[in-house]
Design a protein around this ligand. Structure first.
Ligand SMILES: Nc1ncnc2c1ncn2[C@@H]1O[C@H](COP(=O)(O)OS(=O)(=O)O)[C@@H](OP(=O)(O)O)[C@H]1O
Length: 396
């Protein structure tokens, strides 16, 4: 795949609605959004031109707002029959990987895909799909794929110029892109906050089966630096606008203005839900995964209903998955070093290289950027926002 020049100005596509089968319903959502947009508070974006505030959260005015409205008021547009190739299945439970951007999405995409598909793809196999597919192409991104009509499971991965092998039958079968993790679940990644999900998704009595959320939380200082670094590059490439200075970005972050922020409201929404419904919301921390990957990957597998058997553990399957999905391994793969394959961004004409999802992958990189004043201010915010919640951040 070719990479776009960094000086190129890219204009995101806005004609998503026309691409859907149910044009009328989607035009209705479009009209709804056009009506509400002028009244929504607006701020400068980190990776895009603007962010708008919708129900307390700062989101992208095009795709994230559409997804939120669609999810809340037109949930039937997400549903299809079990055999359909569209967004979600009416009868199958939905599993969501939920994160604030820069909290470990890429890592967990890989871990969830490898864990849920381990009976199909041996994590130690030289043909494992993750060796030739970027983690962001393993399963759909709720906000953008739904808008873009990307759920064509019949489209083989060859369209991205790389092959996959199904280890079950000798290694020749191509797998479809965006493979559902099993035939009994639908898997989506999302950055939308918990409060924007309707009860029909979050309650276990839903006719669509039990939805589960895996949430990954990362300490706010590292999220901030990671976001600032990523946003600076992506904003310049896609809008031609100057990126934020560190100071400007910090002010916005502290005011809660960042993609899908405020940080604390996003984190606390999922934290509280995980305390109330631990069987439906698994709350993981990036730092814990770094420190104790094995224990946390086992928790993940158990939560997803596919615990590792004693035999698997003794064969080292957990360790194989951890190694496959490690920063060191994924970031060194050709597909993640030189390609731009996230289908949702490619289709929307937004330039993000696969390598942009891999920077340092460390805990505590913030120390290389924060002044003493910044540390003090962020610590104070953490104290104010999280005291009494029971959620703590290791001081990395
Ligand atoms: N496999 C693996 N293991 C550990 N850490 C990893 C991994 N893959 C990506 N990263 C680091 O995660 C940061 C990117 O965050 P996200 O993946 O959430 O970004 S995004 O929301 O999908 O845009 C970004 O963190 P920083 O390095 O601090 O910027 C990535 O380097």
């Amino acid at each position: 795949m070719s990479s776009a020049s960094t000086s190129q100005r890219i204009v995101p596509k806005t004609d998503y609605i026309e691409e859907k089968e149910d044009g009328e319903a989607y035009r209705k959502i479009d009209a709804e959004i056009s009506g509400m947009l002028p009244n929504l508070p607006k701020e400068k974006g980190w990776a895009s031109e603007d962010l708008v505030q919708y129900q307390g959260f700062w989101i992208h005015p095009t795709f994230a707002l559409k997804a939120a409205v669609q999810l809340q008021h037109h949930f039937n547009l997400f549903q299809t029959t079990g055999s359909s190739t569209s967004a979600a299945s009416g009868s199958l439970p939905m599993y969501f990987l939920a994160t604030l951007p820069k909290s470990g999405t890429t890592w967990l995409r890989a871990l969830m895909f490898a864990t849920l598909n381990r009976s199909l793809y041996d994590a130690a196999s030289p043909h494992h799909p993750l060796l030739t597919t970027g983690p962001h192409d393993c399963f759909p991104f709720l906000e953008m794929d739904n808008m873009l009509g990307n759920h064509d499971h019949s489209r083989p991965v060859t369209s991205l110029d790389h092959d996959h092998h199904d280890d079950r039958d000798g290694g020749d079968a191509m797998i479809d892109n965006y493979v559902p993790p099993t035939s009994t679940t639908q898997l989506f990644a999302t950055h939308l906050p918990y409060s924007l999900f309707p009860k029909s998704v979050t309650t276990s009595s839903s006719t669509y089966g039990v939805s589960k959320f895996v949430y990954v939380c990362r300490n706010p200082k590292d999220v901030f630096i990671s976001l600032w670094k990523f946003g600076s590059k992506v904003k310049a490439v896609n809008t031609g606008l100057a990126p934020f200075s560190l100071e400007e970005a910090f002010e916005l972050f502290c005011r809660g203005v960042c993609p899908y922020g405020p940080y604390w409201d996003h984190v606390l929404g999922f934290w509280k839900a995980s305390l109330e419904m631990p069987e439906q919301v698994l709350f993981l921390k990036y730092e814990d995964l770094r420190k104790e990957p094995s224990a946390n990957v086992k928790r993940l597998a158990e939560f997803l209903g596919q615990p590792f058997s004693k035999e698997e553990e003794s064969k080292g399957v957990v360790q194989q998955i951890i190694k496959l999905c490690s920063f060191e391994n994924l970031s060194s793969l050709e597909i993640n070093k030189t390609s731009r394959t996230q289908q949702y961004f490619v289709k929307a004409n937004i330039v993000v290289e696969n390598s942009d999802f891999f920077r340092k992958g460390q805990v505590g990189d913030w120390k290389n950027f924060f002044t003493d004043d910044m540390t003090k201010r962020m610590d104070q915010i953490i104290d104010e926002r999280f005291s009494g919640s029971g959620l703590t951040f290791a001081n990395p």
